[in-house]
Design a protein around this ligand. Structure first.
Ligand code: HEM
Length: 366
């Protein structure tokens, strides 16, 4: 049964008493969960409909492709549209960097203890971006999330620096940094820095968030539990992309007359993924359910979006997240038993704000 905390919003995943943890959702997320779980469609605002029914979500997402302003990663940058061709070229570039990062042996004494997701974020930044110059690596800073103007200022300042960027001694620029190094004009440098942020930052942000969520929701894991299934289950309970926006469009009222012509539609995987009509023990972390389910073909499961246009980054995300999780499990790190609550704020990515990971002998109380 979900437990209730004094802070308001709560959901809890059933687990043995000594591992019981409470996940405190931001009040608006909690209200969504409390008021709308199990409904297929709800009115959220005078001009916004929320959709959580699996079949209805499927029909809406299949009705048309996301427009360029609805796309989460390659929205227009500095007022310039990003074509599909350019977007896929940037994705191939960052994909090469991720593959190279995955080929490197991990440091022998890798220590991933500390607060998460930030520890994972910094580790991934170093693994992926190696010795890229400071003016590019700074674009991975989580502080830039506070205000988009900060990102803008950092980019403007970095692009204005006269010298061409060079890697650290004895190393090479990443492929994604070379786009910047090869940019001729100030405008092109600015644009390339924006792309660097758009493509590289999500890798560090999303993977560290996903792993932190998995550890919080599901650990300690059975020895036989596969990392991949643990991650699928974590994305079910706390989908990092917890909503998908589709702006008003004539296709939608035609699908369901409860949607008006002026309504935007917010698809809500957060609710769909816990719909009691779809999932057995919907609030329980049971990674073994994925032993027999196909995550690409399970009605109502859409952490990476709809089959018609699934996340282009998922083939990078999964191996990196598995690598981190494997290392954490092998090195005997655990979530501090003294930590009983974790906040999930209402920011871009849905995830626990801070969990403490440490060696079993040292983290009895936090
Ligand atoms: C846990 C990690 C991630 C999750 C859960 C996730 C989720 C999603 C979802 C739900 C969509 C569909 C959005 C829609 O239809 O409106 C999407 C699309 C997309 N994702 Fe991801 N994503 C993740 C990581 C990444 C990363 C690391 C990258 C890039 C490096 C990326 C690049 C994209 C791209 C290019 C699209 C296609 C639409 C666009 O241009 O934004 N994703 N992702």
């Amino acid at each position: 049964m979900p437990s209730v905390s004094s802070t308001g919003a709560v959901l809890s995943v059933a687990r043995p008493p000594h591992h019981r943890r409470t996940t405190v959702l931001a009040p608006r997320l909690d209200a969504l969960m409390r008021e709308h779980l199990g409904k297929d469609l709800v009115r959220l605002e005078p001009d916004t409909i929320g959709v959580a029914g699996a079949e209805l979500s499927d029909r809406i997402l299949a009705a048309r492709k996301a427009t360029e302003t609805e796309r989460p990663t390659f929205k227009p940058l500095h007022g310039r549209s990003i074509s599909k061709t350019e977007a896929s070229s940037v994705m191939r570039t960052i994909g090469r960097d991720v593959r190279e990062a995955l080929r490197q042996p991990l440091p022998e004494r890798l220590d991933l203890s500390g607060p998460w997701p930030i520890t994972g974020h910094l580790f991934l930044r170093d693994l992926l971006l190696r010795d890229d110059p400071y003016r590019l690596r700074i674009l991975m800073s989580r502080k830039l999330e506070i205000d988009p103007k900060l990102t803008w200022t950092t980019i403007v300042a970095g692009a204005a620096l006269p010298r061409r960027p060079k890697p650290g001694p004895g190393s090479q620029l990443t492929h994604i940094a070379r786009l910047f190094a090869e940019a001729g004009s100030y405008d092109d440098r600015r644009y390339a820095m924006g792309m660097y942020r758009r493509a590289a930052a999500p890798v560090c942000f999303t993977v560290s968030t996903l792993v932190a969520n998995a550890l919080w929701l599901g650990s300690p894991f059975a020895d036989t539990a596969s990392n991949r299934n643990i991650l699928y289950e974590a994305m079910r309970l706390l989908p990092p992309s917890w909503n998908l926006l589709r702006n008003r469009s004539p296709e939608y009222p035609a699908i369901d007359d409860r949607i008006g012509p002026g309504d935007d539609v917010l698809l809500l995987p957060l609710l769909t993924h816990r719909d009691p009509a779809l999932w057995e023990d919907p609030n329980e972390f049971r990674s073994e359910r994925w032993d027999t389910l196909d995550p690409d073909d399970t009605p109502g499961y859409m952490p990476f979006g709809h089959v018609s246009e699934r996340c282009w980054g998922r083939h990078m995300v999964m191996p990196l997240a598995e690598l981190l999780l494997e290392n954490i499990r092998r090195s005997g790190l655990i979530v501090a038993p003294g930590q009983r609550t974790a906040d999930v704020p209402l920011v871009g990515l849905l995830g626990v704000q801070k969990i403490h990971l440490g060696h079993a002998s040292k983290v009895r109380h936090v």
